[in-house]
Design a protein around this ligand. Structure first.
Ligand code: C2E
Ligand code: MG
Ligand code: MG
Ligand code: MG
Length: 288
């Protein structure tokens, strides 16, 4: 009797859940199986020195080719994976795949990997990074971890300990989406970042909007004062790039500089001309 009641209550609850909530539950379930089903792949976006146009590295960005929904953007599924705990396994897959890929390149470019708050607060995170470097053979200095401020605030002492551990391995850390979080300035002081990535929302029309330009100039001054190179995200036009060059912003990333794509498309930059043989799903995939 109690059991039946429980089930009915559950069913009633399900029926009253919105379509969005039901979708989310289904997706949580699917995300837990997606690594084993090889539904994820990575695209890579160039990061270039602005003054010279010289290639410095790639940011690895995850893509999910869902069997029926098609490509689901990471802005949709990463938060769901974070809530459900699936991000641990997904994050390990990303780190391993990106390090193994970068280790194949003939040019010693850096590879930047996004790390979510949940990963950062896992006490075994730095050990996993160390193991991944050893297993892939990638030089630690070629790995950069991108961390947002929201990832730091949950447990600052824990996050700081993790950052120090990965830095001790020789890995670099970049503050991602700078300007969109909160208490940015104290975080810059408290955490051992090697680079500031200005969020793309401040780069859009930076050459045309005086207020945005003032903010970007201030961040560049901050980087200079702290001795940290600044990377501008979301560079979409020549005008934006020219502004950043004139203001001596060190590194740029964005559609104008290079769109994210399968690594095979960047053979000239990586120095690898043969397509990846381990990649059995390449034929089904499109450019991002
Ligand atoms: P993010 O780390 O700030 O990555 C930059 C995002 O901006 C990427 O979106 C990239 O495709 C997009 N982008 C690059 N250039 C331009 C441009 O010129 N204009 C515009 N409008 N957008 C541009 P994407 O790939 O959809 O990823 C969105 C976010 O999802 C990332 O933001 C990151 O927070 C998260 N993400 C992506 N891959 C991973 C991953 O492997 N692990 C984790 N934890 N998060 C990831
Ligand atoms: Mg990033
Ligand atoms: Mg960003
Ligand atoms: Mg972002």
């Amino acid at each position: 009797r109690a059991k039946t009641e429980g089930r009915d209550t559950y069913r009633y609850f399900e029926a009253s859940m919105g379509a969005a909530a039901r979708d989310k539950r289904v997706m949580e379930h699917e995300l837990r199986q997606a690594v084993a089903r090889k539904e994820f792949y990575l695209v890579y976006q160039p990061q270039k020195e602005i003054s010279s146009g010289r290639m410095v590295g790639f940011e690895a960005l995850i893509r999910w080719r869902h069997p029926t929904r098609g490509d689901v953007p990471p802005t949709i599924f990463i938060p769901i994976a974070e809530d459900s705990g699936a991000i641990g396994q997904i994050g390990e897959w990303v780190l391993t795949a990106a390090c193994e890929e970068a280790a194949r390149w003939e040019n010693p470019l850096t590879v930047a990997v996004n790390v979510s708050a949940v990963q950062l607060h896992n006490p075994s995170f730095s050990r996993k990074v160390h193991e991944t470097l050893l297993n892939s053979g990638l030089a630690p200095g070629r790995l950069e971890l991108e961390i947002t401020e929201t990832a730091l605030v949950k447990d600052m002492p824990r996050a700081l300990a993790t950052l120090r551990q990965v830095k001790a391995l020789g890995v670099r850390v970049a503050m991602d989406d700078f300007g969109t979080g909160y208490s940015s300035l104290s975080n810059l002081r408290a955490f051992p970042f090697d680079k500031i990535k200005i969020d793309g929302s401040f780069i859009k029309s930076v050459d045309k909007n005086g207020q945005v330009a003032a903010i970007v100039r201030a961040v560049l001054g901050l980087g200079r004062g702290l001795g940290l190179p600044v990377l501008a995200e979301g560079v979409e036009t020549l005008g934006e790039l020219k502004f950043l060059d004139a203001e001596a912003c060190e590194i740029g990333q964005g559609y104008y500089i290079g769109r994210p794509g399968l690594i095979e498309e960047f053979g000239e930059l990586t120095g690898v001309d043969a397509p990846s043989v381990s990649n059995d799903t390449a034929g089904q995939r499109n450019r991002s």
